[in-house]
Write a protein that binds this ligand. Structure first.
Ligand code: PSV
Ligand code: MN
Length: 431
């Protein structure tokens, strides 16, 4: 349990010297935006409203198969992960939920964990099941293994264990007050001819149906597609079409989840979002950015315009407001302090949402209907090039969070304090 709390009062004190400058920047930005027809108050309200779940598995520094370099004071327990999310939420005001991954976050007293989270102002978002690694709590003593697959494995005993694991995760989630289960099926093949595409898919559908049938009535279940990794020849849920077929086969509480980095290069992710929304099966979004593949780098750090176009589609779904979906940051970094990385991701999300809210959607629709691509581009760029930073900072301030999360975090000395409590050299569970 951490003694360092980043509450509204602490943050306001840390940023006292920035208040004046912020006020002046806010007035200037507001005047300019209003000149361009943007409703600044509504923009601030929408940004205040929005929250994106923090991933429990990204609170330690990640690694690659070539090595791992843990940071100071990585969380040793689920409670310490919650402490870090509370610090993050204190800075951003927009990470009010946390998403757990089991068995990394296995815990023998979930009701106590729920209470602890509530004492920090946090709730639990979608639960995640891990059937991509063997682990004593899922595959037992080694008699079975996920080496050749899990929910779509040819071996009945392996499929059974994978289904059982998901039922266990639902049970844990129920105790935590979660209402969703995210299932990323890692199954695939590394070699042509290794599996029957069709039988493997049918087995995945059957397993998902069984899990779906065990969902509480108010729960949703998400299927997440990904074209490759860990399998390098084919993946059972390779794309949004396969994900949709599986969701439809599983039942009415199944939805599709889009992870920004789970697409082949140059895939039009915003169009994928639009198509899934049209079917009524869009369930959630995993935020990260990508240069080459599933790089999981910081949101908005590589392709901010693509992210802007994704937000525009989300606002289309919500008719100008963010639709109620499961939003999660799913990134992992090997170098930065994880809290700084997640704060930058959240800031990028808030900022991109604010830019998308500046789009004059009626003028865009008119340009589209008039077959005027140049005018459509003018409308998009007028929004994308706006300076909304002071409004985003104001939304955070009104939520009791930081004008400038990374600077406030550095001034707070949080990392040094937790490193003192927790020590160094520990590797947090997760990616
Ligand atoms: C898989 O690459 C993924 O995006 C899924 O969401 C996993 O559950 C997550 O990363 C964390 O391993
Ligand atoms: Mn993901």
């Amino acid at each position: 349990m951490s003694t360092t709390r980043l509450d509204a009062e602490t943050i306001a004190a840390l940023e006292a010297d920035r208040r004046d400058r912020h006020q002046r920047a806010l007035e200037a930005a507001r005047a300019l935006l209003e000149l361009h027809g943007v409703d600044a108050d509504r923009l601030v309200d929408e940004v205040r409203e929005f929250s994106v779940a923090a991933p429990s598995w990204a609170l330690g520094t990640g690694g690659t198969r070539f090595g791992r370099f843990p940071g100071a004071g990585e969380p040793r327990t689920v409670e310490e992960k919650l402490d870090d999310v509370a610090a993050l939420n204190g800075l951003t005001g927009a990470n009010r939920t946390v998403s757990l991954h089991v068995p990394w976050d296995e815990h023998d007293d979930m009701p106590a964990l729920r209470e602890y989270a509530a004492s920090l102002g946090l709730r639990f978002d979608a639960m995640n099941s891990n059937t991509f690694q063997d682990n004593p709590s899922t595959t037992g003593d080694g008699a079975i293994s996920y080496k050749f697959g899990s929910l779509a494995a040819a071996d009945d005993r392996v499929r059974e264990a994978a289904v059982e694991h998901n039922l266990h995760v639902i049970e844990l989630g129920r105790l935590l007050g979660s209402t969703a289960l995210s299932i990323w099926i890692p199954d695939g093949a590394n070699h042509p001819g290794q599996t029957s595409f069709r039988r493997q898919f049918d087995r995945a559908a059957e397993s998902l149906r069984r899990i779906h049938d065990a969902l509480p009535a108010d729960w949703l279940m998400f299927t997440e597609h990904k074209p490759y990794e860990p399998a390098f020849y084919s993946t059972v849920v390779s794309d949004w079409g396969s994900s949709l077929l599986l969701a439809q086969a599983a039942g009415p509480q199944a939805r599709c989840l889009v992870d920004f980095g789970h697409h082949l290069p140059n895939t039009n992710v915003e169009q994928v979002v639009s198509r899934l929304a049209m079917t009524g099966r869009l369930g959630g979004f995993h935020f990260n950015d990508t240069k080459y593949g599933d790089d999981d780098v910081t949101v908005g750090s590589i392709a901010p315009f693509r992210m802007f176009l994704v937000f525009l589609e989300l606002l289309e779904v919500g008719d100008g407001a963010m639709p109620t979906l499961a939003y999660l940051i799913d990134q992992s970094n090997n170098l930065k302090d994880p809290i700084e990385d997640l704060a930058q991701a959240t800031d990028a999300i808030q900022h991109t949402l604010a830019l998308a809210l500046c789009v004059d959607r009626a003028s865009l629709a008119a340009a589209q209907e008039a077959d005027d691509p140049a005018l459509a581009a003018e409308v998009l760029h007028a929004a994308f090039r706006a300076d909304v930073r002071p409004l985003v900072a104001e939304a955070r301030r009104l939520n009791g969070a930081a004008l400038d999360p990374v600077t406030a975090y550095r001034r707070s000395g949080y990392r040094a304090a937790v490193a003192g409590d927790r020590g160094s050299g520990h590797v947090a569970t997760g990616l």
